[in-house]
Ligand binder design. Structure first.
Ligand code: HAM
Length: 422
């Protein structure tokens, strides 16, 4: 039998329900913060990612799915969405009508990483990106939006790691300080880091090799190098977050694995997912729009890892999302005939209905209703048919009422509504 490609996975129906729930809440929640959806394609020119994420990052050096296009150019399955959203913002001159654009996008990303739990080669993100706002209040606003999104999903406690990566001006002396500190101890670094020392010293701070981490722990943090403008920006982000009751820790070595960040960088972590603890990350990228050929335009965004978020929700609770509101226990042809019409009418009104038209005993049907954790069972048997009624049973309390067949749909809706208000 042909099996899945390694690092790729199926999202099975039970999980997919949780995914739909997450995505629906994201759409509603982000919408109330003024965001609109954008849907860029999954395939882009390889150059887009080389120029945005950076030549000397793990993603670009090792993890991209890149292949030749028909015109000899290289094409890449997107490893992240920010570069694509920026490309679309520039290409369609979205800034012309209003430079301020708040956009979100949901979809698959591709990175050829070593697969393990929580790390896949096709994974999914919910991204939010804001263009045209430089104010640090936007940073606090965006981080608050992200955390209140997790709050709506009842996902907590989470750790919020925050740093400022400064601007190109103040980052220069910082890079020099890192290079100076680590060059002396180069023999203790991995071969990748020795190379990075020259090409891209900030990337040393992401290295996961224990020896390198030990060395990096003794290096200075970016926050000690911030220029006045970056320092003031960072202070307002922190005070804005504190005003909203957000608990965070400043992590002076948080640089994140992509080269485009400036000033605010953040990561949301959990202790419940093992090694892959980051469920969201983001930051400012004030230079990227211009760097990719657009106008000079500040920007900030984040991405949530949907796979990890769904795993967290599934591991914590039975979300009960697929629970039928009404389970039909209909026995025999005459009962199916009536129930079929009622079930159609209820589903059309948005009620989650389960009916299987099978030749089964009431006992077997009730067992299935229990297994599916149905809220109500509507019993339609011989007695009900002869009395022109149906029996509506509330499963949690075992309370039963006889509902007249005429006007049944309306009566069931009223019962469900009064139940949901309790
Ligand atoms: P990132 O930190 O590379 O940032 O990815 C964001 C999130 O995607 C991670 O925190 C993680 O939850 C999830 N993720 C990343 N790689 C994998 C993987 N292989 N398997 C499962 N989940 C994964 C970015 O991608 C930036 N574009 C975020 C951003 C948006 N910055 C500004 N705007």
């Amino acid at each position: 039998m042909i099996q899945l490609v390694r690092g790729f996975k199926d999202i099975l129906p039970e999980e997919a329900t949780v995914w739909q729930y997450i995505e629906q809440i994201a759409r509603d929640h982000f919408g109330s913060f003024g965001f609109n959806e954008i849907r860029p394609p999954v395939l882009e020119q390889a150059a887009l990612f080389r120029r945005s994420i950076g030549e000397h990052t793990d993603i670009v050096e090792k993890e991209m799915y890149t292949f030749p296009g028909s015109k000899g150019n290289l094409l890449t399955l997107r490893p992240e969405a920010t570069a694509s959203v920026v490309r679309a913002y520039i290409q369609h001159k979205l800034y012309a009508s209003d430079p301020v654009q708040k956009l979100y996008t949901i979809g698959p990303m591709f990175r050829k990483e070593r697969p393990q739990k929580g790390r896949y080669r096709q994974f999914h993100q919910i991204n939010a990106e804001v263009f045209g706002i430089e104010s640090p209040y936007m940073d606090a606003h965006l981080i608050f939006m992200l955390l209140s999104f997790f709050g709506k999903l009842a996902v907590d406690p989470l750790r919020v790691h925050l740093n400022s990566l400064g601007c190109p001006e103040c980052r220069k002396p910082y890079k020099e300080a890192i290079t100076a500190a680590l060059s002396e101890r180069a023999e203790l670094l991995c071969t990748d880091c020795v190379r990075r020392l020259d090409k891209n010293p900030l990337r040393l701070l992401d290295c996961k090799v224990p020896g390198c981490r030990e060395e990096v722990a003794h290096t200075p943090g970016m926050v000690d190098f911030l220029c006045d403008g970056c320092q003031a920006h960072f202070e307002t982000v922190k005070s804005g977050l504190a005003a909203m009751g957000v608990v965070f820790q400043v992590d002076p070595r948080l640089v994140r694995g992509l080269d485009y960040y400036t000033r605010t960088a953040f990561e949301i972590q959990t202790d419940e997912l093992g090694a892959q603890s980051a469920i969201a990350g983001g930051g400012r990228y004030d230079g990227l729009v211009e760097q990719l050929g657009g106008p000079s335009m500040p920007a900030i965004g984040f991405a949530v890892g949907t796979d990890r978020l769904a795993e967290l929700i599934l591991s914590r609770q039975d979300p009960g999302l697929r629970r039928p509101e009404i389970f039909f226990a209909a026995m025999g042809e005459a009962a199916w005939r009536k129930s079929f019409e009622w079930a159609c009418a209820l589903s059309a009104r948005g009620i989650r209905v389960e009916i299987d038209f099978s030749e089964r005993s009431l006992k077997a049907l009730m067992r299935r209703a229990d297994r599916l954790r149905a809220q109500y069972v509507l019993i339609v048997g011989d007695r009900e048919l002869s009395e022109n009624t149906a029996t509506l049973r509330h499963m949690a309390s075992s309370r039963q009422i006889a509902v007249p067949a005429d006007g049944l749909v309306k009566a069931v809706m009223v019962e469900l509504r009064s139940e949901s208000q309790q």
